[in-house]
Design a protein around this ligand. Structure first.
Ligand code: 15L
Length: 274
């Protein structure tokens, strides 16, 4: 049987990195984004849909004949409260509700380290299922994403895995990311584990590579079958040469969410002008 996987936000940073990596024999990737998606390459088994995750009719139609959803859609950076509410929170509700209506039994949701951004690094390794301490409106939306996932798992019996992604880029861009990095290949390994683990129910796992400088538990990700093969340490010398060691008084040194905990990310004050 061919598995069809719907990926929302497929034109975004993580979606673009996952597109070639989640391709597999006997699998169709149904890629959805509000932005235009790059056309299918020769032999690529994809279906392309341009739609917003806030559009219930479009999402119900996108869920048809789908076996699992990877929901990456939404604003991936801090934004106005209005946009965060509409796209990240209402959009995730729409995705889950459309999945329920169309009988899709497994949903993997992109959460973020910013759901617990104000957790202090001094409190030691960040465990799985840490109580929310969002650092921004974006972080609040990720807490809501987790809560919605939990409700759809408990009330309707969907399997819902939420991944608190660290920093998923080709390579770590700064010193903090030596700790938070999720390599694209490890990202694909984690998504594959989420897709194949039998009957997970509701889970919250960290999405990071097994970096020497990791601050996060991988226990729950390992329980799903994830094995990281990458380690940011291979980039440490060049990243440190470029940026220098972290200033111990910086937000990046103090909090899981790094600079997002600082005044540059204070959207309420920006919106009100005071
Ligand atoms: C996130 O959740 C963002 O989507 C991404 O752009 C990174 O900034 C990442 O967190 C991070 O904390 O590095």
């Amino acid at each position: 049987m061919t598995a069809r996987i719907l990926i929302t936000g497929a034109a975004g940073v993580v979606g673009t990195l996952m597109r070639p990596r989640l391709a597999a024999e006997n699998r169709v990737l149904r890629l959805l984004d509000v932005a235009e998606l790059p056309a299918a390459r020769d032999g690529e088994n994809v279906e392309l849909l341009q739609a917003s995750v806030t559009d219930m009719a479009a999402m119900e139609s996108a869920m048809k004949d789908v076996d699992a959803v990877i929901h990456l859609g939404g604003h991936s950076l801090e934004n106005t409260w209005e946009n965060i509410l509409r796209v990240n929170i209402d959009g995730t509700h729409t995705v889950l509700e459309a999945a329920r209506r169309q009988g899709v039994r497994r949903v993997i949701l992109a959460s973020s380290n910013h759901a617990v951004g104000y957790v202090e690094r001094a409190s030691g390794e960040a465990g799985d299922y840490l109580f929310p301490r969002p650092d921004t409106y974006y972080g609040v939306s990720k807490v809501a994403v987790e809560a919605l996932g939990s409700m759809y798992a408990d009330r309707y019996g969907l399997d819902v895995i939420t991944i608190r992604i660290g920093s998923c880029f080709e390579r770590p861009k700064d010193v903090r990311m030596l700790s938070t990095w999720l390599s694209p290949d490890d990202g694909a390994r984690l998504f594959e584990a989420c897709l194949s683990v039998p009957a997970p129910g509701f889970r919250i796992v960290w999405g990071v590579s097994d970096n020497d400088r990791r601050w996060f538990s991988l226990d729950e990700a390992h329980a799903l079958g994830y094995e990281s093969k990458d380690n940011s340490e291979v980039y440490a010398a060049e990243v440190l040469a470029e940026h220098g060691e972290l200033d111990p008084s910086s937000y990046a040194a103090k909090y899981v969410g790094g600079a997002w905990c600082g005044p540059e990310f204070d959207t309420a004050v920006k919106e009100a002008g005071r």
